[in-house]
Ligand binder design. Structure first.
Ligand code: ATP
Ligand code: MG
Length: 435
């Protein structure tokens, strides 16, 4: 992409409305703009990041055998009346009445809709286990939308729903999501801590929040430092018994403010006390919706039984902010490679100069040929401004092309995370970025 053809409304000054670093940087880097309170436009740079986060989430869900579907944002109130949540949900639900006086709502979550799909389309134990997921916009009329996309009213969530014939089978479905979540966050360069969460009146122990540490997090977190060092499972066989992995991860102490207790047994030197951002939540709730909504399956003995269900959320749009909270410096964002909007930035120090223009055009084409994309600053801004902009938007590498280097057959390669700069041949530089 040529910067002269792109839309990148960067800001030099910190916007007054942004109180935390990710919100400031998302506005300054021209990623998002607020449309209305808690409702955002995703501009080209921001949307690229959002799509890359989605891709990682989707790949790790698919790996578990979950099936991607897409449910509507606007839902009928009917199934919510059946489950009893139409009255219980409260003011966070945006209710809509259409021209025929039919009650609709903008979905804050999709348990009712997915249970309705299940009861109308799946009838036998032979179809189970089953997990259906989607990546879809939600609306919750939050009392205090804040921190930009981190607590919006409209936000993008990955929500998965599992269906099983027994508690034991449902627990395996839960364990699969647990492991998939660890892998998903790691691929984004994040260390997520699974933390036992309140299951409310349903009881049972199968509820975990996934929290990443960040100074600006909304929740207080206490955990054993071992959780931050634990390697995430590689090459997982999702059909195998995952319980040992779960037991290993949940044996170390982790608690939020309310659950933090005296006598937790962690030696002072091993206890991390920090702030955290919730980036995911997994939850087993048994027959809470299948019972009232009549979602049953026929068992091998011919009887009918309600299905055991769980739901599993990841805050996709919140993650764009959370990753920045975890990875930035005074000059701007530092994108982990896997979610970066472009593989590299290309800075032409002398746009209009025949030699530097030709080298830049060559680099540009070689990225495309490789199936990758570079953001080429082909504008006639001064060098200082180009560098500041590149640092702000945080692409992992900057390839800097000036007349002096070109005369020697060299370009400069800057690593955004370390600040290291090297003079290299073009081939060596491309090898480092693309190789
Ligand atoms: P929170 O306690 O932060 O309000 P929640 O318990 O309401 O979260 P869930 O219903 O479990 O959240 O939703 C799944 C995920 O969706 C959360 O873990 C979070 O990452 C994300 N999420 C929830 N509410 C918002 C919001 N208002 N803006 C952006 N992301 C959100
Ligand atoms: Mg909430």
């Amino acid at each position: 992409m040529r910067l002269s053809r792109f839309m990148l409304p960067t800001l030099k000054e910190n916007p007054a409305e942004a109180s935390i670093v990710s919100h400031r940087l998302m506005l300054r880097a021209g990623m998002v703009r607020q449309h209305a309170s808690g409702i955002y436009n995703w501009l080209p740079l921001g949307l690229k990041v959002l799509r890359r986060i989605e891709t990682i989430v989707r790949e790790e869900q698919d790996r578990t055998g979950a099936l991607e579907i897409l449910m509507p944002t606007i839902q009928s109130a009917e199934p919510w009346k059946e489950s009893g949540r139409y009255d219980d949900y409260g003011k966070e639900m945006l209710r809509i009445v259409d021209r025929h006086e039919v009650d609709l709502l903008y979905g804050p979550t999709h348990e009712e809709v997915v249970t309705d799909i299940f009861r109308k389309n799946v009838g036998s134990y032979k179809s189970l286990p089953m997990n259906m997921y989607q990546i879809q916009w939600k609306f919750r009329d939050e009392v205090r939308p804040r921190f930009g996309v981190m607590r919006g009213r409209e936000f993008l969530m990955k929500d998965a729903y599992s269906f099983d014939t027994s508690y034991e089978a449902a627990k395996h479905a839960y364990n699969k999501m647990f492991v998939a979540y660890l892998r998903t966050y790691e691929r984004m360069g994040l260390k997520a801590i699974p933390m036992a969460a309140d299951t409310g009146p349903i009881g049972g122990k199968l509820s975990h929040e996934f929290i990443i540490l960040a100074e600006t997090g909304e929740s207080a977190v206490y955990c054993h430092k071992g959780l931050l060092e634990k390697p995430v499972p590689k090459d997982v066989d999702y059909d195998a018994d995952l319980q040992p992995i779960i037991d290993d991860w949940t044996s170390l102490y982790a608690a939020t403010d309310e659950m933090h207790v005296e006598g937790h047994g962690v030696p002072e030197g091993d206890l991390v006390s920090a702030r955290g951002i919730e980036v995911g939540h997994i939850f087993h709730f048994g027959t809470k919706y299948s019972d009232p909504m009549g979602a049953t399956v026929t068992l091998p003995d011919g009887t009918n039984a309600p299905v055991y269900m769980g739901s599993y959320g990841i805050g996709v749009s919140r993650l764009a902010g959370a990753i920045i909270e975890a990875s930035h410096d005074d000059n701007g964002i530092i994108w982990p490679k896997e979610v970066a909007p472009f593989a590299a930035g290309l800075v032409n120090l002398k746009s209009g100069n025949a030699e530097t223009d030709a080298v830049c055009a060559d680099i540009y084409d070689r990225f495309l040929a490789h199936g990758s994309e570079v953001l080429y600053d082909d504008t006639d801004e001064r060098a200082g401004a180009k560098f500041a902009n590149m640092d702000l938007i945080g692409l992992p590498w900057q390839i800097i092309v000036g007349p002096k280097g070109v005369a020697k057959g060299l370009v400069e390669l800057k690593n955004r995370a370390t600040g290291e700069r090297d003079e290299l041949s073009l081939d060596a530089a491309l090898q480092k970025v693309l190789g």
